[in-house]
Design a protein around this ligand. Sequence first.
Ligand SMILES: Cc1ncc(C[n+]2csc(CCOP(=O)(O)OP(=O)(O)O)c2C)c(N)n1
Ligand SMILES: [Mg+2]
Length: 535
Amino acid sequence: MNSPKLGATIVSTLVACGVTDVVLAPGSRNAALALALHDADFSGRIRLHVRIDERVASFTALGLAKGADKVVAVVTTSGSAVGNLAPAAMEARAAGIGLLLITADRPAEVIGTGANQTGEQVGAFGPTVLATVRLSSLTDDTALWGAAVQRAHVMASGRRSRRPGPVHINAEFSPPLTGPIPEVAVTAAEVHGSDGVTVYETPDAQRTVVLVGDASRDVGMEARALAELSGLPLFAEPSSNARTGTHAVAQYRLLLDSALGTEIQRVICFGHPSLSRPVTALLSRRGVDVVVVSDRADWNDLGSHAVAVVDRVLVPDGDPEWLERWRSADRALGKERASLAGWDGHAVAAAVVASVGPGGQLFFGSSQSIRDADLCPISQRPARVWANRGLSGIDGTLSTATGVALATGDPTTLLLGDLTLQHDIGALVAPPLEPGCDIRVVVVHDDGGAIFSTLEQGAPEHELAFERVFGTPQGVDLAAVASALGWRTTTVTGEEELLAALASPVRGREMLVARLTRRGRRAAEAVLKDLGKRA
Ligand SMILES: Cc1ncc(C[n+]2csc(CCOP(=O)(O)OP(=O)(O)O)c2C)c(N)n1
Ligand SMILES: [Mg+2]
């Protein structure tokens, strides 16, 4: 019975967002929405307007939105009904009017099967809409649905973008389509707009941490300053530009699984966290208040339950004991890990991070290297850091790092995996007539995708298939390839050799190939997780 719940959640969220008027064109796939709207109208929470023709309905919504200067929603059933919203949507886009085009759809699996009244609805409005938000009744999570509808409302209003316009919400309803209308409690996040910078004050600093994902230098510095001024633990990913100073907790990723991790009550989140499951779990944990600090029209809210989306945040002074507990847990864990140290990805990442200081640029490839760097000791002389964490691809990494080197003119160090480098092997070619740069590429050459051995597919039951479909060793002599293309290359097989190679300044095009094995990765990760849990 999730369709009635989805319908009720959409309507309750619209009400929570301040929508006062909704226009409905009836049908059967949108029955849950129709009933929830009728109920909301009946109880005085919304004004419902019913029109049989979708084109009339949508232009009526447009007029209501213009007249009231508010976002108005128009709701249709599936099929050609959707196309009839296009003219009003086009006008809304050109005139900058906030419209929510809410279209009911069939479940994704039946699209293209000839199922009745079923066509391609996602993308039906092309570039006319500012965004498309997709919902499915099968998800059965009112918090996720509500957050998505609120995001659509904020985008349509232009509150953060200064670009109001139409936004499409396509909602897949699975049978049964009707049923008792459930009461759904929705609390909309406090989302600050673009009308001047606003400051959000948290009521207290109770068990609060600052978390920084991939972020620009400015955002990273702001996050670090907040942690230090308010006395809060700082959890900073390697490309956050915040992983420095006295408040950064080096092994926060492991400690999140400890008893201390369960005590967290609030997360102030900057940038785009993307590296680890414990972080996603923290941001999704019910009962943890997430405050997103972002000046973007599209903000990151991984758990879809931020209580606030704000430009700036003020937190009262934190409890020094809370900070100290994190610091001492980190120190103790660091000591335990020291006894496990060997020639592995962690050793390479730590050496590379320590080798680049202010004035240098440090770029991380996706996959295991950046995750290894996420457990490195905190650098007190950090470089400016970068990574392609938008979609975490292993494509184009050397090309992007080369672009950073060219743009900044600074010596640039790139740490990446062997498959990541092979993905962008064409970037090893340096066109002789083009400006050059100083770039050092450190390849963790474990001949294949180490990351997969730490994931579900690395479990013993997939052993037969693993190397062929996940590990994918290519057996390429990367040093030979690079030297053939004019790079100075050094192959290192131990920490001393690596440190010696990293000690020289970055000049011209240089590649350090750190040879190591993928064997033992899964077991080592299990040991680390266990240490974290018991910390
Ligand atoms: C463009 C792209 N294709 C595929 C993937 C999936 N993927 C993630 S990590 C990885 C393997 C990376 O191996 P390597 O660069 O050697 O790093 P390691 O994990 O061994 O350190 C792959 C194929 C991706 N993220 N991006
Ligand atoms: Mg590899």
